[in-house]
Structure formats: C-alpha cells, structure tokens
Design a binder for this molecule. Sequence first.
Ligand code: FEO
Length: 135
Amino acid sequence: MPLFEWKPLFSVGIGSIDSQHQKLIGYMNQFYDAVQKGNAAEAKMCLGNLLRYTTTHFTEEEAMMQRAKFPGLEEHKGMHRQLLELAGKLAKTYETDPTTQNADRMASYLKTWLTNHIMGMDKKYTPSMQEHGLK
Ligand code: FEO
C-alpha cells in the first residue's frame, strides 16, 4: 500500500504544479516501498531523488509566484527553506542509521509536510497565478 495517494482535494488549480506535487508523491511512495521491502540502499537512493526533486519543485514554484506577483512570496520561500532543512536533517539521520524507526519518522514527516503545505500554503497563491494566466 502506498504511503500517500493523490486526491483531487490536493489540487491547487494550476495544472503544472499539480503534476509536480504528484511527482513528489510518487517519489515518496518509492521511498516507502523500498523501506517496506527492507531495501535500505534503494530507499536511500529514492530519498536522494525526492530531495533533489523537492528543490526543483520549490524553485519552479517560487519563480511562478514571482511572475504572478504573489504578495506572500517571501513568507512562502522561508517555509520552503525550513522544510528542506528539516527534511535534510531527517534524511541524514536515516542515511546514517537506516532503522525502521528512522524510516517511519522520515515517511511521517514527508506525508504531513506535503499535506499541510499544499493545503495551508500552496493554495494561497492560486488566485494570483490564475489572474496572471499561469497554468
Ligand atoms: Fe508546492 Fe510550496 O510547495
């Protein structure tokens, strides 16, 4: 069973960003699958892919917020930095000591982060992006 499943409720109303969020969920599920199979080497590789893609997503999302002249850009960027910092710390802990407990902590953080961030922060930029014709 995947860690996380996409639901229409998570849509921010901007197709390109929804696709990126779906890709992030895909990477999270790959990480979780590898953990479930007990394959720590694969799990570490998936985690690396996930963190790299998270950085890509944040950069692209921030560029779109800028183009949309979204007033909450700086606050949102600060949140992205915090999320990446904590994810990086948890990933390092898991990579150094790939126990089930550390994997669960990582998976739980990723799932909570994505849900809360999309629902609480990302959805705020939707009106600005739509007004600027961003898709
Ligand atoms: Fe979709 Fe602000 O991350």
